[in-house]
Design a protein around this ligand. Structure first.
Ligand SMILES: CC(C)(COP(=O)(O)OP(=O)(O)OC[C@H]1O[C@@H](n2cnc3c(N)ncnc32)[C@H](O)[C@@H]1OP(=O)(O)O)[C@@H](O)C(=O)NCCC(=O)NCCS
Length: 173
């Protein structure tokens, strides 16, 4: 009896969230996109934030992205990409709260990245807790090791690992 109640509630929440995606306030869209436990729902809400995923791709828990203020597209993820928990993508980067840092030449020229696009091609595999920096492209079939920080574009069907991530092998036959 109690079990049936929770199953019905789960289905009801799914339907309500599905029906609300175009009317929900931005703050709540972000909350559902990053924290709701159903990956199907997160995928639909992430699209509203500018994170576009193709078929066969879903995010895991702890997925985090520095999205654009206007939610314009900032991340494209291809088909059948495997995303482990606690992956962070950084298409935007700025010392938001410090006008002093923002006014400094080096920071302005080299460290502030706005509206870049991160692209992750088909069949990539992102290990637990990895981080991808602004403007990076992961080519088809790249594997990125757990805890790695990707600072450069990758070559397809290769394994990268470490901080900064380096190519450790090719997996092409
Ligand atoms: C990178 C990975 C795929 C292993 O690839 P591999 O080709 O078998 O690499 P190896 O184990 O032979 O290691 C090669 C070198 O990379 C290092 N290395 C492996 N994984 C690493 C990682 N995540 N970070 C840093 N260095 C790593 C090894 O220490 C080794 O270094 P050495 O040559 O100095 O001894 C694996 O270690 C990994 O991180 N997998 C991700 C697991 C995960 O997060 N799964 C998600 C759950 S779905």
């Amino acid at each position: 009896m109690l079990k049936t109640f929770w199953q019905l509630l789960d289905k009801l929440i799914y339907k309500v969230l599905l029906a609300s995606v175009d009317i929900m306030p931005p703050r709540l869209i972000k909350m559902v996109a990053f924290f709701y436990t159903d990956a199907r729902i997160r995928k639909i809400y992430l699209k509203k934030l500018g994170i576009i995923m193709d078929e066969g791709t879903y995010t895991n828990i702890g997925f985090s992205v520095t999205v654009n203020d206007d939610f314009s597209p900032c991340v494209y993820i291809g088909k059948n990409v495997s995303i482990a928990p606690y992956v962070t993508l950084i298409p935007n980067s700025s010392p938001n709260n410090s006008d002093l840092l923002k006014s400094m030449d080096y920071v302005n020229t080299n460290l502030i990245h706005e509206n870049t696009v991160i692209t992750i091609e088909d069949d990539c595999w992102l290990g637990t807790g990895c981080i991808i920096l602004p403007g990076i492209t992961m080519k088809k079939g790249t594997i990125l090791g757990a805890g790695s920080v990707l600072t450069q574009d990758t070559e397809e069907f290769s394994v990268y690992a470490g901080v900064p991530a380096k190519k450790i092998r090719s997996i092409k036959n």
